[in-house]
Design a protein around this ligand. Sequence first.
Ligand SMILES: Nc1nc2c(c(=O)[nH]1)N[C@H]1C(S)=C(S)[C@@H](COP(=O)(O)O)O[C@H]1N2
Ligand SMILES: [Mo]
Length: 265
Amino acid sequence: MNEQEKPSLDPELEMKRMSRRSFMWAGAAIAGGFAGIKWIASRRAEDGLAYPLRRALEFTEQVNRDLYSPARLSPTFPRAMAREPRPHGLEGLGEEFDLGSWQLSLAGVFGKAEPIQLSLEEIKKLPRTEMITELKCIEGWSQVVQWAGVRFADLIALHPPFTLSGEAPNIKEKPTDLANYVGMSTPDGGYYVGLDMESALHPQTLLCYEMNGEPLTLEHGAPLRLVIPVKYGIKNIKRIGTIQYVSRRPTDYWAERGYDWYAGL
Ligand SMILES: Nc1nc2c(c(=O)[nH]1)N[C@H]1C(S)=C(S)[C@@H](COP(=O)(O)O)O[C@H]1N2
Ligand SMILES: [Mo]
């Protein structure tokens, strides 16, 4: 730091110096911005997102992952605060849907070449878990909701994913050897989300069949929806038809439309 740059003891002088400096920064930012826009325009868009923007989102994801700890729990709330959230997002919830014949298809299970099918009854036999958490929509609203269902981690433990090494899965000791991602989609394929395995295994990630003490309604995702309070609402897919363990980042409805793939809170 040269003499000029030393903070002055005179506050007024220092203010002037700071505003002159920020003015210079603003100029540089504007010039850089133009160059940046040209650069953005010159890049081929992949996944519908221009390269530098995609990189920015990937960076956000990395920061999120670094800050993220599976031990970090989302806040929970008193039951009196729970209400019905506004039914929001109807992608993949087409009219002709037969609740009675619904089965969950689970692909990528260790040692299974074909997807396995699970009925709601079978899923409900897993330990029931309840929680009162906040559903946060990326559009700005949020609602405290009481949920009941099964921990996705319990289903994963029962039907573990294939491993990268090919050795038997060991969820506790070798979580990074598991298929890294989970893809979920509605039965008609109209809505789909991608999750990192770490978030899928989070203790507050539930496959839910009840909301506020009542069976889930169709508009909220009956018979089974995902509730994942460590992520924004966009990842909380309603009416799950298929779950796939995969080794590459699955496509995601809103990520394809420019939102952050990770969508962590
Ligand atoms: N199948 C499906 N699931 C979905 C959506 C959707 O459009 N289709 N929208 C998501 C969004 S953006 C939000 S905020 C939540 C809202 O859940 P709710 O309708 O139960 O309030 O559902 C998520 N799950
Ligand atoms: Mo949302």
